[in-house]
Design a binder for this molecule. Sequence first.
Ligand code: ADP
Ligand code: ZN
Length: 734
Amino acid sequence: MALVSVAVPVPFLDLLTYHLPDGLPRPARGARVLVPVGARRVTGIVMDDGEPARPASAALKDVIEILDAQAFLPPAVVDLALWVAEYYACGPGDALSAAMPPSNTEKTVQRVVLSAQGHDPGVKLAKRQAEAVEMLRGAPDGLPVSTLAERGISTDVLKRLALKGMLVFQRSRVERDPFSSGVVQATVVRPSNRELTEEQAGAVTALQETAARGTFSVTLLHGVTGSGKTEVYLRVADTVRRAGKSVLVLVPEIALTPALASVFREAFGNDVAVQHSGLSAGERGDQWERIRRGDVSIVVGTRSAVFAPLSNLGLIIVDEEHDTSFKQEETPRYHGRDVAVMRGKQEGAMVVLGSATPSLESAQNATAGRYALVSMKRRVQDRPLPAVSVVDMRLEYAAVGPDVIFSQRLTQALAGRLQAGQQSLVLLNRRGLATAVFCRQCGSTLDCPNCSVSLIVHSDGKDRHRARCHYCNYSALVPKACPSCAGPYLERRGFGTERVEAEIRRLWPRARVARIDRDSIRRRGAVAQVLRSMAAGDLDVLVGTQMIAKGHDFPRVTLVGVISADVGLGVADFRAAERTFQLLTQVAGRAGRGVDKGEAVIQTLFPDHYSIRHACSQDYDAFFADEIAYRRAMRYPPLTALVNLVVRGPDGRRALSDAATLARQLSRTAEAGRYAVLGPAPAPLAKLRGEYRAQLFLKGANRTAMREAVQAAVEQHPDLRRRVAIDIDPVSIL
Ligand code: ADP
Ligand code: ZN
């Protein structure tokens, strides 16, 4: 009896075995098959390329249909997904769904073509019919029905001609080109064949030599902001492509993507496909098909593009490798950079991780000699790094009062730029008008009913203020009186980007200001539009959250202001200092990328914190030395591996007691597995979207031992399976 092993897109399910009915050919590994799961029919992927072992359970269901004659997913991508399922402790179907293209995306157009027998002069035609035949004569590939309609030929006329056997209706696929839809826009114009700086030339040579070996390797390209990493990527990609191999370029989510995609498109034209969330599902699907057909040798995309169905892979570039958007925060909880390294290993490709502020993980790997290191320490054309000054806001508050947003120093700097016609960026990594509403009478705050956070005040665009939850999107109009005690003295505390934007408009009514944060970019294409205006010089000041810190290259920006540099330091996460250092260094690096010198002004309450001090001197090595010492002392990653378990429950006690059950179980095997169990404790976000959350950690050197222990513990409590999130190498522990 012929059997097949199939991964189905159903959470947590392991591979399923089906019976292959007589008469069906053996499907290829990676082909799609239609199979029954419970009462449903689902599309699964064939995982074996031989006969799988017969499972113990007797009754096997039949494969309903084989959907592909050949593999749909390349075997290498199937292997990669299996590795993801194992490493990140999720089902193979979960991992494979990340590798699949968006479904039902084919867009077709109806067109008509003259039929083979053509026009028989004996047949009498009405005037419109004759006109239609005439038009179609000039179009050997036929014409879309819509085009004919625009020229006065109705579908009725066409149907009559079809009945006479003179033409046929056809449906054909249309490929949507995301570069023509205005979503992806060039913000950088790259002069071709420009001369490389000495450091760039050195980096290109080193990477080309690595490429020539044609084997797996990882290189960390550590280049300061403005050192010209993009040019290095282009040259190395070109070399690999000329050698007949394909290239995968991964970029962080959202704002940065269009720029790098456009640079590649400019350099390599139609040989580039893009994959990111700014595209419609249809556009993504079309691009995915182009990749699978082998029409392109370069793919630029965000996280999930790591599974792009490229064959003969030679090079994977991960740009801004430190960026946290490479980590998926839902099942499968994979890290795009780490999966990229594994893909390089499985397919014998070279991997380049690029950043001005490498993650501690990658820098540690370079220090330990596991990754090669290529550094670029200077900016192109000997442009200086921006001069950074720190404003101690404690002194500012003492002098001017607690409501200051812009220090005197930053106010003067902004005014100077406006006068000189130069551009500025203002960063505050917090959204909204106010970050809390509290009652002066009873002291209570406006909190989210579903989550353990206070509501953030936003303007709704109609001059009304709404209080909104940033986690579940619950919102309500800000009340006039306190909901708890009916007292009339509601006060607002804290401020975010919306307030900063309003303050700039108030201080400089004629300044052209725009804002980029998650609230302002809901509309598709909105970011691209603002970035375009900024690049064209149509804006004076751009305000935003960390989104404005990412990779942008605006030569006219000479000032970067940071309001409350310490926003991220208060967070209960061991990566808080790393994030703060990266954000400040990256945003300061946006200044002075053109001919005019750049300056950054950083406002903070903690001018002495090492992450802020080292960001101001833009000294990565000094930061790494301090931070790695802290991680070593506390036994945190990258010096140990971490697994985070979050147990959700209908109330706090239940979540905590279930987490305790798991913790007890895990403690029993802790000694043999040589890991430590920490917790349980309520998660920092103790309530989220109406569910209560408790958390525990496993710390140790051996990920496999920890993962197996967790899986065994969860299997003992099947009722918990759907309420436990297992996060291997967590990036956020809130
Ligand atoms: P990074 O990504 O390292 O911060 P970019 O790749 O964005 O830097 O390059 C910074 C700026 O320098 C860009 O405007 C880019 O066009 C320009 N640039 C890069 N290489 C050269 C070069 N060899 N000569 C002149 N300008 C260059
Ligand atoms: Zn909420």
